[in-house]
Design a protein around this ligand. Structure first.
Ligand code: ADP
Ligand code: ADP
Length: 229
């Protein structure tokens, strides 16, 4: 039984000259609970568009996305997104950033703090809860963004080149951190990267896309997946 079904999803963008760009064409994908999918492909092949549609931040031009058999109509706490550029609120501390979604949902203050502190500890930032993003390294900012995504209790983590801006050593630490969280917390992960090594190491299943128009070219189990798989 799929947790996520992407059925015949296409997305076109209208250009100024009246021409339209087909970012994604007739894409089908079935994702099982606890799958770790990596999505690989050249720039412009529709990877971000696909993730944004699953996140409910964009809508398909045709086709549909089903989550547990129900059509996705917008963003929800069942999906958490992590971007390459961290996208933290600079005027909020680590703790306030991570608690942000919980506050939006109207949870009592004490519960917000308890949940946020729990996830801040899980990403190894317990000592930095009172820091502001600009006081942190890139890796630590991305740990904060991961904690923020996890705090809302999503079943699916959508990650768009999350470690693309990090140096090699930090990237390896983050890969290990994410795989540990994925295993312990039983998440389903869709992880976009254009790094082939990262794709076959992190994913149990590697989806390769091609451009013009964006579509899935292959979808295979990884032969070199991390031992946690
Ligand atoms: P990738 O993430 O694989 O690099 P994207 O999903 O960002 O690819 O983009 C796929 C195609 O759709 C590209 O040709 C891109 O220029 C186009 N595109 C994406 N978003 C928009 C937009 N908001 N308006 C117009 N064109 C877009
Ligand atoms: P990460 O820990 O996410 O891999 P770095 O490798 O850049 O990020 O940081 C290594 C360590 O340096 C951190 O775990 C932290 O202990 C310390 N550190 C980094 N930035 C700061 C900071 N702004 N204030 C205090 N300690 C820091």
């Amino acid at each position: 039984m799929s947790i996520l079904s992407i059925r015949g999803v296409s997305r076109s963008f209208a250009g100024r000259d009246g021409q339209s760009t087909v970012a994604l064409q007739a894409t089908d994908l079935e994702v099982a609970e606890n799958d770790f999918l990596t999505i690989l492909g050249p720039s412009g092949c529709g990877k971000s568009t696909l993730l944004r549609i699953v996140a409910g931040l964009d809508a398909p031009s045709s086709g549909e996305v089903l989550l547990d058999g129900r059509k996705v109509l917008g963003p929800g706490a069942d999906r958490g997104m992590v971007f390459q550029s961290y996208t933290l609120f600079p005027w909020l501390t680590v703790l306030e950033n991570v608690a942000f979604g919980l506050r939006e949902r109207g949870l009592p203050k004490a519960q917000q703090l308890e949940i946020a502190q729990d996830f801040i500890a899980k990403v190894g930032l317990a000592k930095f809860a009172g820091h502001y993003p600009k006081q942190l390294s890139g890796g630590m900012q991305q740990r904060t963004a991961l904690a923020r995504a996890l705090a809302n209790g999503p079943r699916i983590l959508l990650m768009d080149e999350p470690f693309g801006a990090l140096d090699h050593q930090t990237r390896e630490l983050m890969q290990e951190l994410l795989l540990g969280i994925w295993e312990r917390e039983k998440k389903t992960v869709l992880f976009v990267t254009h790094d082939i090594d990262e794709a076959i190491f992190m994913g149990s299943r590697v989806v390769v896309m091609s451009a013009r128009p964006g579509r899935i070219k292959s979808d295979l189990p990884s032969p070199f997946a991390h031992p946690r798989h």
